[in-house]
Design a protein around this ligand. Structure first.
Ligand code: PMP
Length: 371
């Protein structure tokens, strides 16, 4: 399709595997510091690791195609029926599939449109293009707003036309780290026409601790056009296992199930995620440590005169007031991997994942050599 013709393959920004090889075997202050992909530096619950080992004996068998046990565990956690949950090979797969199902060819409009914000998660644009739909990109709040570069919900609403079928919004958002509060969310959802599917991507929800933050899960009963996506990649520390999930109206989930690849979540991932859900203490501890380090890192970066955007995630967007590409390259040479933001239209910024105290200390030391 024309959409696919215009796509570029995923580019992680640098050859991470080559860097891992180059820094292999180096320990302590000489080891590679990976702060480019918003991973959890504390890793998963020990119970998740144990579940992987316990299930190794069965890897010659196909996994449960329905993921029943994990869905039941999620159903208990969120207080929603299993029929409202869809599992994905990472939430990335679900976001792509949403585009295919709700903005693909053959709908009631000739050219379906998908609305999302500038500086939103890159997969929103990818899913739209892959579906052959039209992108309608809303400008974010200005850089001098209370929530700089945050989602401008009025602008998102204004971008909706009669041809809009899908709207993606991440709360908190990547790559800005920004969020919007419960009242703003409820008012926004109430104003979106019911024929538009609203995807609230909550990949970082577990890490949000602002008093005004609320998940959209509480709105699902009232709004069958709203779906929430979540992931085990961030707060649960299981990025390598590739598991995410979606919660929505039973009818919507049933439609999505038709397209799902039967074994899209592997057996080790199913077992590990279920175990991870049971270890709430580990989740709470990882989130608390992340919040503490996020505050400390933000303060340290501001003390260096840098612009640090407010964040409710496990990363901070940092403005350098000039082209940040040379700084990023110099840091990479020192073994500190961050995410350049040129591709997101923010060339003066870098996105820095919040590491553990040691990683953050090394990042700041390397930064002091480069600034
Ligand atoms: N949504 C957002 C906002 C993200 O930042 C990410 C990961 N970077 C994802 C979804 C996808 O995560 P995964 O596919 O690992 O679940």
């Amino acid at each position: 399709t024309p959409g696919v013709r215009g796509l570029k393959a995923y580019d992680p920004g640098h050859d991470l595997v080559a860097f891992r090889r180059r820094f292999a075997g180096r320990a302590g202050d000489a080891a590679l510091v990976e702060l480019g992909s918003n991973e959890n530096p504390y890793g998963p619950s020990d119970a998740a690791r144990a579940a992987i080992l316990d299930n190794l004996h069965a890897i010659h068998r196909y996994p449960d195609p329905l993921g029943g046990d994990l869905k039941r565990a999620l159903s208990a956690k969120h207080g929603v029926a299993s029929e409202r949950i869809l599992l994905g090979n990472g939430s990335h797969e679900l976001l792509m599939q949403l585009g295919q199902v709700f903005a693909g060819p053959g709908l009631d409009v000739a050219a379906p449109e998908v609305v999302f914000a500038r500086h939103a998660f890159a997969v929103f644009a990818l899913a739209t293009q892959a579906a052959g739909a039209r992108m309608r990109v809303a400008e974010p709040l200005p850089r001098d707003a209370t929530m700089p570069l945050g989602h401008d919900l009025d602008a998102l609403l204004a971008a909706i036309t009669t041809d809009t079928r899908l709207l993606y919004v991440a709360n908190p958002n990547n790559p800005t780290g920004t969020w919007f509060g419960a009242d703003a969310l409820a008012a926004f959802i109430a104003r979106v026409p019911r024929e538009v599917i609203v995807v609230v991507d909550e990949a970082y929800a577990e890490m949000a601790d602002a008093p005004d933050y609320a998940s959209a899960l509480g709105l699902l009963d009232a709004y069958p056009n709203v779906v929430v996506t979540r992931t085990f990649s961030k707060a649960y520390g299981l990025a390598g296992l590739r598991t995410g999930y979606l919660i929505g109206a039973p009818g919507l989930v049933a439609v999505m199930e038709r397209l799902r690849e039967s074994f899209n979540v592997n057996g080790l991932a199913l077992a590990a995620c279920e175990a991870a859900l049971r270890d709430e203490a580990h989740l709470r501890s990882a989130c608390a440590r992340n919040a503490g380090q996020r505050t400390a890192l933000s303060e340290s970066l501001r003390a260096r005169g840098l612009e640090v955007f407010p964040s409710q995630t496990n990363f901070v967007l940092v403005g350098f007031g000039r082209d940040a590409a040379p700084i990023e390259r110099a840091l990479t040479e020192r073994g500190v991997i961050l995410r350049p933001m040129g591709g997101y239209g923010l060339p003066d910024c870098l996105r820095i994942s919040v590491g553990n105290p040691d990683e953050n200390r090394r990042l700041l030391a390397a930064l002091d050599e480069c600034l």
